[in-house]
Design a protein around this ligand. Structure first.
Ligand SMILES: *[C@@H]1O[C@H](CO)[C@@H](O)[C@H](O)[C@H]1NC(C)=O
Ligand SMILES: *[C@@H]1O[C@H](CO)[C@@H](O)[C@H](O)[C@H]1NC(C)=O
Ligand SMILES: *[C@@H]1O[C@H](CO)[C@@H](O)[C@H](O)[C@H]1NC(C)=O
Length: 348
């Protein structure tokens, strides 16, 4: 390059530049045309999926808005694979109920809290209970973090990590790979529960309920009926009419914690090939259940799946009577677990 300063070399440098431009131009062209190739099947799939679900008026509208509506859907079905897996644990342990906990890779603190509280309960009322954490990969693919997660997985053997980017908007992907994992790795377990990491869980009460529950086509939790679709653009869960024309959602189990029999994962996966994967994961599970024509079951009592902490001082036996309660943060779990233990010991 330094030769370019000399007049003698000028013509050759121009030639070099010209060649460089030609090469860059060709590369850009190839790259562009290949990305068109890649996006084409996706668009075809979207359009046919829309036509099969919505009526023509809606479908035409959606096609015009194709670019602006894609943000409400996630890439599913898709061949994701588990980078960290526990392929044999479930077959060996034969659990009665499996607790599946979605959590971000970086949230090691929440995982530790759970392992020392409700995740520690592995035999309850004579039934085997096991738990797994469900992770995607960190957005920036932080190598240090991935190593820590690997180490943690070696120590505890309770981490399942799939190769999609872990983000709020991808929760539907996480739930669907959870169903995939359960149907392939735990064919003979009875029940599973999807439960968020910032939640108190009374495992004893859960197992007690399940011992009396239907064994097939069963899903329960905090059921949401006739919930309005949010049309306020500033809402986290806003959906435009072109994406979801109905004014209310079909009945769905609130995502904080729902329980199901293990004949359902395979069926929900089948349904998901007919229903475009909406980013709101619990609503999407409800849509799949509606497609399957399977009715959700109310829990035996209304006060089992609680969504807020009790306001004032709760009754002496509060923690022994509920199955779940959402906490303000997972840091609270240790305190709450202590209260639960002492309520149990005091004969609640
Ligand atoms: C078709 O979509 C329009 C607009 O969302 C709606 O008003 C109409 O009721 C739909 N028709 C049928 C048959 O679903
Ligand atoms: C997941 O979410 C992020 C950001 O929300 C996005 O960039 C990414 O493409 C999504 N999908 C997958 C399959 O990782
Ligand atoms: C699972 O259950 C089926 C039928 O109940 C049985 O045939 C099969 O051997 C079981 N598999 C395992 C791995 O336990």
């Amino acid at each position: 390059m330094s030769n370019c300063g000399k007049t003698l070399w000028m013509p050759r440098c121009w030639l070099c530049l010209l060649m460089l431009c030609l090469v860059l131009g060709t590369m850009t062209y190839i790259f562009k045309s290949s990305s068109i190739e890649v996006s084409r099947p996706v668009n075809i799939w979207r359009t046919t999926a829309m036509l099969s679900q919505e009526n023509r008026t809606t479908a035409v509208g959606s096609q015009a808005n194709k670019v602006s509506t894609s943000q409400y859907f996630v890439a599913y079905p898709h061949q994701y694979h588990f980078m960290l897996d526990e392929p044999h644990r479930c077959l060996q342990e034969k659990p009665f109920v499996i607790l599946m906990i979605p959590v971000a890779p970086s949230n090691r603190e929440a995982r530790e809290m759970i392992r020392t509280t409700w995740g520690k309960e592995t035999t309850v009322l004579g039934q085997v209970v096991s738990h797994y954490f469900l992770l995607g990969v960190s957005k920036d693919r932080d190598v240090h973090l991935e190593e820590e997660v690997l180490e943690e997985s070696r120590t505890h053997q309770d981490i399942l990590q799939s190769n999609f980017v872990d983000s709020y908007n991808n929760l539907t992907i996480k739930t669907m790979v959870m169903f995939e994992w359960l149907s392939s790795r735990c064919p003979n377990a009875s029940y599973a529960m999807k439960i968020d990491s910032d939640i108190f869980l009374n495992v004893q009460k859960l197992v007690g309920m399940l011992l009396k529950a239907p064994q097939h086509l069963y899903m329960t939790g905090r059921l949401e009926r006739d919930a309005a679709v949010l049309r306020d653009r500033t809402s986290k869960w806003f959906l435009p009419l072109s994406v979801f024309p109905e004014s209310t959602y079909p009945i769905y189990p609130r995502g904080l914690g729902y329980v199901f029999s293990l004949d359902l994962p395979q069926k929900i996966m089948e349904a998901s090939s007919h229903i475009k994967a909406l980013f709101i994961e619990d609503v999407y599970v409800g849509l799949c259940m509606r497609h399957l024509g399977i009715t959700l079951t109310d829990p035996p009592h209304n006060a089992l799946f609680m969504d807020t902490m009790p306001y004032s001082s709760p009754s002496n036996c509060y923690w022994t009577t509920v199955i779940t309660t959402i906490l303000d943060s997972s840091k609270q779990l240790l305190d709450v677990w202590g209260m639960y233990q002492s309520q149990r010991q005091s004969g609640c």
